[in-house]
Design a binder for this molecule. Sequence first.
Ligand code: HEC
Ligand code: HEC
Ligand code: HEC
Length: 334
Amino acid sequence: MTFRAWAGGLMTALAVLSAAPTFAGGGRTDDARHEAGRKIYNFRCYFCHGYSGDAKTLATTYLAPKPRDFTRDDEKSISRKQMVDAVRDGKPGTAMKGFKGIISESDIELVVDFVRVEFIRGKAENTRYHTAANGWPNHERNKLAFPFASGKIPLDRPWEQLNPDEQRGKRLFLTTCISCHDHARTEDPGPVWGGRPLSYPRNHFDPGDYTSAPPTKVDAIASASPYQLHDVVPEVAGLSPGEKRGEKLYQANCAFCHGATGTGKNWIGSFMEPHPRDLTDPAFMRDMTRGRLAHTIREGLPNTSMPAWKSVLKADEIDAIVAYVSRVFHPVKP
Ligand code: HEC
Ligand code: HEC
Ligand code: HEC
């Protein structure tokens, strides 16, 4: 390339650039920079701050403080430097995490400049989730449901306070939108789910105050359903080492269905058909022999949920279980 040709090329490039206001780093034009910033934003930021910078996202409904709504900013309400710092280092105590080490310093500047031009200055509609490209052609046909997706109408507004179109919109929302928009605005959010596991449907269940953190303690036994009575391992003094071993094996492998008490009157057992055998029932256990018991455990019972244990438990383990059953649930003949 001759110097002249090179210089000519440069001039042409400068002529083009003079149409765009500034020379961007990395040889990109402003448009290219802007589009590169958009790409980063639409990948890293939209799910909190919203495709259009308005923070109307599902994530927002869960966060406090909420992600910043850039459409309410102007160029003076937040400086470029404050934004770059926040994107680089995050804001402690908020969901805004720093992107240092995740995206480069120059990409941080790209995305900040994009936000400033697109949302803060331009108030532009960037993109939307519900586009034909994303598999939502003509999403406008669902517009009666939009107010429920956007939170304009709370989902728990009584039906009789909705006009016929709003009622149709709410019905549409409840049947097709709620699977994703599962945190619609409500006037009364209702009780917050507690973190305490609930294995049983509880009779007279007293939830305590589980909106407090940590939830106030609830006495599990007192509030539990009767099923829980059958999930307490019987305390029998003086078990031999073999019976102790059988206890461990029984409680680990069999109690799930037959209950810790051997009765099958535990929660799962009560729902099985046929019920797991009550291993304390004299009518059944009276004629039981060690050989038959071991055989059933080994082979299982066809067409029931009683599994065959022969490839899981060794013969001496089955013997230990038999010894335990005989000692704790009902005596078994030799
Ligand atoms: C497969 C998941 C999914 C379903 C189903 C869904 N949405 Fe969305 N919707 C989204 C996502 C993702 C966004 C982007 C905002 C966000 O991330 O919170 C969104 C955004 C919106 C917006 C804001 C504008 C836009 O297009 O980004 C409206 C309005 C909306 N949804 C309405 C509806 C309605 C009405 C239905 C039911 C007919 C529906 N949505 C069903 C996932 C879904
Ligand atoms: C997980 C959610 C989440 C993501 C992802 C996220 N932000 Fe934020 N952002 C927040 C929250 C929450 C705040 C509000 C903090 C507050 O009010 O103090 C915030 C605040 C900001 C602020 C204002 C900082 C200040 O000083 O008040 C900027 C700028 C910002 N975010 C830019 C971005 C950019 C750019 C991205 C993508 C690279 C991004 N955010 C990704 C949640 C998020
Ligand atoms: C997945 C559930 C399940 C597990 C686990 C289970 N059982 Fe059973 N068991 C059953 C059911 C159901 C029956 C009753 C079938 C019937 O009465 O037709 C049964 C029946 C029995 C019987 C009666 C056999 C007979 O002759 O009628 C014995 C004894 C027994 N189980 C012992 C055990 C032992 C010991 C274990 C652990 C090694 C065990 N079960 C694990 C479900 C289970």
